[in-house]
Design a protein around this ligand. Structure first.
Ligand code: BGC
Ligand code: BGC
Length: 742
């Protein structure tokens, strides 16, 4: 007896502890070990994600306090591996502390009631700050972040968001969007960074890094979405099918996802739509061949909202749910966002296995990825956060950063006769337009609620009116005109009118707009203000460039996007000249309706008539400043490189004006001739520099070879991309440099 006890004691304690419980062991090995101990039923549960509303209140859609009975069903009986709060879906009382308590309670239920004590992954759409949480600082939407052209600010903002998310116990953020903004009609245009693959991919990669390296109360995983081709619905309506050539898919659509995934993204969310006749959710080509085999992605691929079921119900490529599940899982989906029915998922995948449609080997692969993610995030060791710390970590935090981001996102497009900055000696400024004092539309969709802030809820923040009132000097009277008549009357003896126009908050399909233009009443308001003869400054609060009509030729035009809760300060800082605008359009601004999709990378031959050319009111990259700049030269390190080599170049720029400022330095490539159609110019590198008044700088940029690669071959082109040999011209400003690829 004694000897036995002694010998047990002599063995290091860790030897008795199952591998999966050893915090120090590699995540993959722990996952492997845990997987071996699980039943098929438990594994299937891990692959399902359910909306939190199904375990709250009436367990339908009421929200409210957690419901123990439904928790038992979802987390106990069907062992769901993940819970999400989609657009909104808050705890009974929407405070950070209550969010942390809610997530802790869900976590506690899973840990204590699952046989193997497996924590859940809790996911949320914190796509511009921790936007579901009342009192959280709201950052600009991605389209505005795109206008900053500033990977550093984007990364910092993502990190700030991740810290807020972590403080409420959540470990998974469904961000960034790596889709492109090419069709102004699409309701999710504002959720993207840019129409340009390099700008979008670079900023999405910064978001991944910021999210996953934030060092908050816990680790947060990013999710690159919506993989792939989601932004190309053929008719501009959300989730409508996309028909894209393999060449366009490979050379234009896939690169931004790839860049973001290769920045280390732990998860990917699948496109809800169909591409070339196959729903992405059922595409082995996308989810296995490209994502895993070509790009080496090791993480978790989650479906989008109810999309596995959609293979049966919407797309009709499966006769029943088990068949739909088999298509998705065999294509490469690891986790199904099956927000409504944990039971259906559990029974459906089981039926698919029983019918021989899905192998347990395939299930093991996905479950191992999901468990490895949970181990990597430290969930087994630290499933909970301290709710007492949540309010302080979320409420109003990082306002300075949100203001900086919003300020950097302002794009000054017109400034006749130096109307801006507004003079400090102005006696009277009229602020007009219904968007001037409307925080809810200023922040846009995905804020507190899915479609935007729900009626009756008011979020803290600074409107454009408030920003102007705070920034105006003591000698300046700021008059808020609430009606068009009042605005015109007040303008008569004013120095200037600032008219704030925009579009209503919305998200996804409900935000589609077949006529992306300023409404008639807004155009009429601007027209009558112009007729007063006093200068008019138009500020646009919108998620896309709207056709301006009568508002196109006011003295000044400032695009402010959906600038978040600090937006009013950002706008005012630019209007009064405290900030020198440095934002540049990440998209093209159409002149007239009917030109959508519109983007600068048009192929040669796009010239059937004046309306089918690149008919932009303001082109991609446009933006003015209160100083002036010149591009003085571009030089290449070498006049020729081998295909596949990096291209290093230097661009000399100067600030030729009298104010310090930030200059975006884009470099484009063009080719005199090429084997397959090439856009007349294509962004291949960019940076942003701070230039003091009168300063000249030489900036170094690198063009990675994959940015130059194109898909060769005939119209069936699905070949391997390569950099074509021949002549290339790089352009910075008006300056050019020639390169030969040998
Ligand atoms: C959207 C995703 C989002 C998910 C969860 C879907 O409808 O397409 O972007 O992450 O809902 O809210
Ligand atoms: C959205 C969710 C949203 C839900 C509301 C879905 O389509 O993606 O985020 O909360 O609808 O019903």
């Amino acid at each position: 007896m004694t000897a036995c006890v002694a010998s047990v004691a002599a063995v290091p304690a860790s030897a008795d502890v199952p591998l999966y419980k050893r915090a120090g062991a590699p995540a993959e090995q722990r996952a492997e070990d845990l997987l071996k101990r699980m039943t098929l039923h438990e594994k299937i549960g891990q692959m399902g994600q359910v909306a939190v509303t199904r375990i709250q209140g009436d367990c339908e859609w009421s929200g409210g306090a957690l419901n123990e009975t439904c928790m038992k069903t979802v987390l106990g009986d069907y062992a769901a591996g993940s819970i999400l709060s989609g657009g909104g879906m808050p705890p009974a009382s929407n405070t950070p502390k209550a969010w942390a308590e809610l997530v802790n309670a869900v976590q506690k239920y899973a840990v204590e009631n699952s046989r193997l004590h497996i924590p859940v992954l809790y996911g949320v759409d914190a796509v511009h700050g921790h936007n579901n949480v009342l009192g959280a600082t709201v950052f600009p939407h991605q389209i505005g972040m795109g206008a900053t052209w500033d990977p550093g600010t984007v990364e910092d903002s993502a990190a700030a968001t991740a810290r807020a998310v972590a403080a409420t116990g959540i470990d998974w953020n469904f961000s960034p969007v790596a889709d492109l903004s090419r069709d102004q009609r699409w309701g999710r245009y504002y959720e993207t960074y840019s129409e340009d693959p390099l700008l979008a991919g670079t900023l999405a990669a910064s978001t991944v890094k910021g999210t996953e390296q934030a060092n908050g109360a816990k680790e947060v995983a990013a999710s690159v979405k919506h993989f792939a081709g989601y932004s190309e619905p053929f008719n501009g309506h959300d989730r409508a099918p996309a028909d894209v050539s393999m060449r366009y898919l490979q050379d234009t659509l896939l690169p931004p996802y790839k860049q973001a995934i290769q920045a280390g993204a732990k998860t990917v969310m699948v496109n809800s739509g169909a591409v070339n006749g196959v729903p992405a959710t059922a595409s082995t080509y996308l989810l296995t061949k490209v994502l895993r085999d070509q790009w080496g992605f090791k993480g978790v691929a989650v479906s989008d909202w109810e999309d596995v079921r959609a293979l049966q119900t919407r797309y009709k490529i499966a006769a029943d749910y088990p068949e739909a599940i088999a298509l998705a899982v065999n294509a490469g989906v690891d986790m199904a966002m099956e927000p409504y029915f944990a039971k259906d998922w559990s029974e459906g995948l089981k039926a698919a296995v029983d019918r021989g449609l899905v192998s347990e080997r395939r299930i093991n692969q996905s479950v191992k990825r999901i468990l490895a993610l949970k181990f990597e995030l430290g969930l087994f060791e630290n499933p909970y956060v301290d709710p007492a710390k949540a309010d302080a970590a979320v409420l109003g935090t990082d306002k300075d950063l949100a203001r900086k981001a919003a300020t950097e996102s302002q794009v000054l497009l017109r400034n006749e006769g130096g109307t801006l900055p507004l003079s400090a000696s102005a006696k009277k400024i009229v602020v007009a337009g219904s968007y001037a004092d409307d925080i809810n539309n200023q922040v846009g969709g995905w804020t507190i609620g899915w479609q935007g802030v729900p009626a009756g809820v008011k979020i803290p923040g600074t409107t454009v009116l408030k920003g102007i009132q705070e920034a105006a000097g003591a000698g300046t009277q700021v008059v808020h005109a609430k009606t068009a008549d009042e605005a015109v009357a007040q303008a008569a003896d004013a120095d200037v009118t600032v008219v704030v126009v925009g579009e209503k908050a919305g998200a996804e399909g409900p935000a589609d707009n077949p006529r992306p233009e300023l409404t008639a009443d807004q155009q009429a308001l601007v027209k009558s203000l112009k007729q007063t003869g006093k200068p008019v400054v138009t500020v646009v609060l919108a998620g896309r460039p709207l056709v301006l009509g009568d508002a196109a030729d006011t003295q000044a035009l400032l695009m402010s996007w959906l600038p978040g809760s600090e937006g009013g300060h950002a706008v005012a800082d630019v209007l009064f000249g405290k900030a020198n605008p440095g934002g540049r359009l990440p998209v093209s601004w159409p002149k007239a309706l009917g030109n959508d999709p519109l983007y600068y990378q048009q192929l040669p031959g796009t010239n059937g008539g004046p309306e089918s050319q690149y008919h932009a009111l303001y082109p991609f990259g446009a933006g003015l400043s209160y100083t002036s700049y010149s591009f003085d030269g571009i030089t290449l390190d070498k006049p020729s490189v081998r295909a596949g080599d990096k291209v290093n170049l230097q661009v000399k720029v100067s600030n030729t004006g009298s104010r310090d400022g930030d200059l975006v330095v884009p470099v484009y490539v063009s080719r005199p001739t090429s084997d397959v159609l090439a856009p007349s110019r294509k962004l291949v590198a960019f940076t942003k520099v701070h230039l003091k008044a009168g300063e000249q700088q030489t900036v170094r940029l690198t063009v990675r070879p994959n940015v130059l690669a194109v898909t060769p071959g005939d119209i069936d082109g699905a070949g391997t991309q390569r950099v074509e040999r021949g002549a290339y011209t790089f352009t910075a400003g008006e300056k050019t440099a020639g390169l030969t690829v040998r």
